[in-house]
Ligand binder design. Structure first.
Ligand code: F6R
Length: 242
């Protein structure tokens, strides 16, 4: 894993954007794996800016999001579909049929997970997967204890994750109890992985990722098994790293 330390959130977002643009240049039809949450918002702003200035087009880009809540419609402001439309897709020239997120409103979640896996495989796998880091080391919605061999699956969310995400909802009770997420093995099949980490509250998790063992009770440690992981972390997130 390569660690790039940067000053702050803004610089992390700019560097992340530069990293992606670099990769785009080498790919005819880039397949991008996307995350939601606070961490990649700045990166998405940067990408929109580059698009508006004419430096980049998304016409040939396909995307696969990591996860989606179960039970939230696309038009629900807390769904990840809504987030992606608001924060990125509505502002760029990506074609809607190239955009993929798990559908958490279907009755047969298992089938949806299998279909999502098949779509990723048919597309030729993700070229660059963007990840954020959960406080407990989760990646996607793969909570501690998730087998490293997991594929896209439906999960019960940990209370700590529901608490952390409650800031986007009216109350913690409103946070869904289930989600669909790419599995850890699915994530590791991406050709490159870009992990963005910002803020003091992520410092313990980042230090554990860098110096700890590879263990299923800390999902992000699976990234150490991948040959091409780049971490861009800001100074606050690096306070516990020597
Ligand atoms: C989001 C996702 C999560 C987040 C993680 C960090 O699609 O899969 O794993 O990346 O919870 O969230 P933030 O960035 O809000 O701190």
């Amino acid at each position: 894993m390569d660690l790039i330390k940067v000053k702050d959130y803004q610089t992390m977002s700019e560097k992340g954007c530069a990293y992606l643009l670099n990769h785009f240049q080498t790919l005819k039809n880039p397949i991008l794996g996307l995350a939601t949450g606070s961490t990649p918002e700045g990166l998405y702003k940067q990408l929109i800016e580059k698009y508006k200035k004419g430096f980049i087009s998304f016409r040939d880009v396909s995307t696969f999001n990591l996860d989606e809540y179960v039970g939230l419609e696309e038009k629900d402001p807390n769904s990840y579909h809504y987030y992606m439309n608001e924060k990125l897709f509505n502002h760029i020239d990506i074609s809607k049929e190239n955009v993929h997120l798990p559908n958490g409103t279907v009755t047969n979640l298992q089938q949806e997970c299998r279909d999502y896996e098949r779509l990723i495989e048919q597309a030729g796998y993700v070229d660059v997967q963007i990840l954020g880091l959960g406080l407990n080391g989760h990646i996607g919605f793969n909570e501690p204890g998730t087998p490293f061999s997991s594929r896209t699956h439906a999960v019960e969310l940990n209370e700590s994750t529901r608490e952390a995400n409650a800031r986007f909802f009216d109350s913690k009770e409103a946070v869904p109890r289930q989600a669909i997420t790419m599995g850890i093995e699915t994530i590791l099949e991406s050709k490159e992985i870009l992990l963005l980490v910002s803020g003091k509250k992520k410092a313990v998790a980042l230090a554990r990722l860098l110096s700890g063992d590879i263990r299923e009770d800390f999902p992000a440690s699976a990234l150490k098994k991948h040959p091409h992981v780049t971490i861009i972390a800001d100074e606050d997130a690096c306070v516990h790293i020597g």
